[in-house]
Design a protein around this ligand. Structure first.
Ligand code: AMP
Ligand code: GLY
Length: 417
């Protein structure tokens, strides 16, 4: 089988790595890929958001499967376009990917179908938003409606900060058009948990839980990033908690999307908060998380291709899932300065001899050398019987890798996230 994976980060590296383990995958391509993916797949220089070129290329090469991994091409309708071109594609269509692309849409969906989430109001008018803030308890959460690379969320501690956030988004357009509609919501408390789940439109099966660490620095300080590391399991998953997440959140979400005429085929990312009243949805994403995928997928014993097929064909209820009974940890090694500006082009050493699996993100090959080319550069993975051992193992790998100005958190898995 000839397979194309769309994307070029650590998440796409683990997806390629996992697909490649299935002997049916004889030809693996990735667009645009990265310096690490290049060692297991043929990288093709097409941007993930360039729908026209991607569809034309996929048609020309007659891929048997196109796996669309990142949020932007999904929101833009890449799966729709591939299917219109007669190709088999994995991922939600644009009308279902909207659960990530529009926070206003997903909040309304949750309200309509009584899926637990923070109370909220949606605003398109700045003055109305400012007036509303005067009536609300602090802290409060202000979010851009659209995609803002995980940065369009402000937790305002007081009224002044809240008003400033509304002005930044609606008046000064700090997040571009993503902020022309905003969501203001109640601030929830409790540990966060990521549950990724495969969905075929009817059946939705959760993977092992995970926990991301979004802030740039130790002890959850610094700016929000795409994620600086992840562990699995993400919480003490008691049978009661599992049942509540399935019955109150996962199943109702997939049913709701089906009823709305937007059946979801692909991976749903449930960003949850375990509040004193029970699990509630913080956000939905329409794809694997990054770096959660790098912590979760290596523990899956099934062929990923079998599951992808079942999602596309609507036969997920027939799949018997098998997971390794292990804990895992990935530590992200980033460029100094990330998530703000950073330099690129520094040589990376130690990956081959560090003794751990390393998924690559912002790397490129230049004159035969592996160099940094992005904010998040590498994800070092380890698994073990206990979480402590998995964390120690990942950090043993990190200690053997080096590049100029590298930056990583020292407390992945040791703080709440
Ligand atoms: P989001 O992009 O919606 O996932 O938000 C980014 C981060 O902001 C989340 O991972 C939470 O840490 C935090 N957050 C978002 N919404 C809320 C909320 N209603 N209450 C408390 N924290 C929140
Ligand atoms: N790690 C968070 C995300 O993928 O959105």
């Amino acid at each position: 089988m000839k397979v194309l994976v769309v994307g070029g980060g650590g998440r796409e590296h683990v997806i390629c790595w996992k697909l490649k383990q299935d002997p049916r995958v004889t030809d693996l391509y990735c667009a645009p890929g990265n310096g690490g993916i290049a060692s297991i797949a043929t990288c093709v220089d097409i941007k993930a958001t360039d729908l026209d070129s991607m569809v034309e290329y996929a048609k020309k090469e007659q891929f048997d499967l196109v796996f669309v991994a990142p949020d932007d091409p999904l929101a833009l309708g890449m799966v729709d376009r591939m299917e219109e071109a007669g190709l088999r594609a994995f991922g939600p269509k644009a009308n279902a990917a909207i659960i990530e692309g529009s926070k206003a849409f997903s909040k309304q969906l949750m309200k309509k179908y009584s899926i637990p989430t923070a109370k909220y109001e949606i605003f398109e008018d700045e003055q109305k938003a400012l007036d509303y803030l005067e009536t609300q308890p602090m802290p409060i959460v202000i979010k851009c409606d659209g995609l803002a690379l995980g940065k369009g969320v402000i937790i305002a501690q007081n009224l002044d900060e809240a008003k400033q956030a509304v002005k930044d988004m609606m008046e000064d357009k700090k997040f571009g058009n993503a902020g022309s509609t905003i969501v203001i919501e109640e601030c929830m408390t409790g540990p966060e948990l990521t549950v990724l789940a495969f969905s075929d439109g009817n059946t939705c099966i959760p993977m092992v839980s995970s926990r991301d660490h979004k802030r740039a620095y130790d002890h959850d300080e610094g700016l929000n990033t795409g994620g600086m590391g992840a562990v699995t399991p993400g919480a003490d998953m008691t049978d009661e908690l599992k049942a509540r997440i399935q019955n109150e959140i996962i199943t109702p979400t997939v049913e709701a999307l089906k009823k709305e005429g937007r059946p979801f085929k692909g991976v749903i990312y449930f960003g949850l908060m375990l509040t004193p009243e029970g699990p509630k949805v913080v956000e939905y994403n329409a794809r694997f998380g990054d770096p959660e995928a790098q912590a979760v997928l290596p523990l899956l014993e099934n062929s990923l291709l079998d599951i992808v097929d079942a999602c596309i064909d609507g036969t997920l209820d027939q799949v018997e899932f098998k997971w390794k009974n292990k804990c895992s940890c990935v530590v992200v090694m980033a460029s100094g300065g990330y998530p703000q500006s950073y330099a690129k082009g520094y040589e990376i050493t130690g990956i081959d001899t560090c003794g751990k699996i390393v998924f690559q993100a912002g790397t490129a090959l230049k004159d035969g050398k592996l160099v940094t080319s992005g904010g998040r550069v590498l994800c070092v993975y380890d698994e073990a019987d206990t979480l402590d051992e998995a964390i120690d193992g990942a950090y043993e790998g990190v200690a053997k890798i080096s590049f100029k100005d590298m930056h990583f958190r020292h407390d992945i898995g040791r703080t709440l996230g």
